[in-house]
Design a protein around this ligand. Structure first.
Ligand SMILES: NC(=O)c1ccc[n+]([C@@H]2O[C@H](COP(=O)([O-])OP(=O)(O)OC[C@H]3O[C@@H](n4cnc5c(N)ncnc54)[C@H](O)[C@@H]3O)[C@@H](O)[C@H]2O)c1
Length: 252
């Protein structure tokens, strides 16, 4: 059974720890000791608040469900220790220099950085953009104001521009925009809206290229414990873990 170390014991970490199949969570790490202990008890793992001690445990993959800061701080050390890493805080890769450094580290040690589809659908075949670059790649995201820690009386556009700039302003909220760009091989244009009339997080993806046009709409249930996070993101990681050793690989 594949052994994993969980980096981040918040909302997504808790769902992963409670529901992971075919894998064993052996160690959990969080800056917050209470969260690490609570999750460790839930999945019979050992809790850590010290990264170096966490890394002495026996696991082959780290699942990062913490923050952009955590990816920047620990990503390279995880890879260089000979582990793969699954990254949810994809926004860290909006920084080209950091991303290239991490990819180079992974290449040098023969390890992988895996980015799950997270809170959206369609990353698999959007990769055709790496061969036939899309002319347009737009993500229009609409969230309940509370998920951005805001109040608003009417539908309001809070950001319009490039994903790399949006993630600087909303580092916890627009990871999917960066994931789309990495898949398609070009920067994503983002419109971020808040709307007091919506209860779900709505991602509308529009792509145009030589291959035709793509329109995807995803309406995500916000997680009860963290309205900024979609439940689908946790399910996406669980699915990636479930399929790690499956010889039948579906999707591009
Ligand atoms: N890719 C996607 O589609 C997608 C979707 C949802 C969430 N996310 C991202 O996944 C991450 C986790 O989401 P969540 O809802 O579980 O968040 P959360 O805030 O509920 O939990 C994060 C946990 O990580 C810990 N943490 C953060 N930075 C740390 C660090 N540097 N060192 C140690 N511990 C640290 C925090 O103490 C917290 O317990 C966030 O970055 C979020 O933006 C990505």
């Amino acid at each position: 059974m594949i052994k994993i170390g969980l980096l981040g014991c918040g909302n997504i970490g808790r769902i992963i720890a409670a529901r992971a199949e075919n894998v064993q969570v052996v160690a959990v790490f969080d800056a917050n000791p209470g969260r690490a202990e609570e999750l460790a008890a839930l999945c019979h793992a050992r809790p850590y608040t010290d990264f170096d001690a966490f890394m002495k445990e026996d696991f082959s993959i780290v699942v990062e469900a913490a923050s952009i800061d955590a990816v920047r701080r620990y990503g390279e050390a995880i890879l260089r220790s000979g582990r793969d890493i699954i990254v949810l805080s994809v926004g860290a890769f909006a920084d080209d220099e950091f991303r290239e450094r991490l990819v180079e580290a992974a290449r040098e040690v023969g390890k992988k950085i895996r980015i799950p589809s997270g809170a959206i659908i369609g990353l698999d075949n959007l990769k055709i953009g790496q061969i036939s670059p899309p002319k347009k790649l737009l993500l229009r995201t609409t969230k309940p104001p509370a998920s951005l820690g805001m109040t608003a009386e009417t539908r309001t556009e809070v950001f319009k521009g490039l994903a790399r700039d949006c993630i600087k302003l909303y580092p916890k909220n627009i990871n999917v925009a960066v994931a789309l760009g990495l898949a398609a091989g070009r920067e994503t244009h983002v419109e971020l809206w808040v709307d007091p009339a919506v209860e779900r997080i709505i991602h509308e993806i529009s792509v145009e290229g030589d291959f035709g046009e793509i329109s995807i709409q995803v309406k995500n249930v916000p997680s009860p414990d963290n309205p900024a996070t979609s439940y689908m993101a946790a399910l996406s990681v669980l699915t990636l873990l479930k399929n790690l050793e499956n010889p039948l690989v579906v999707g591009t």
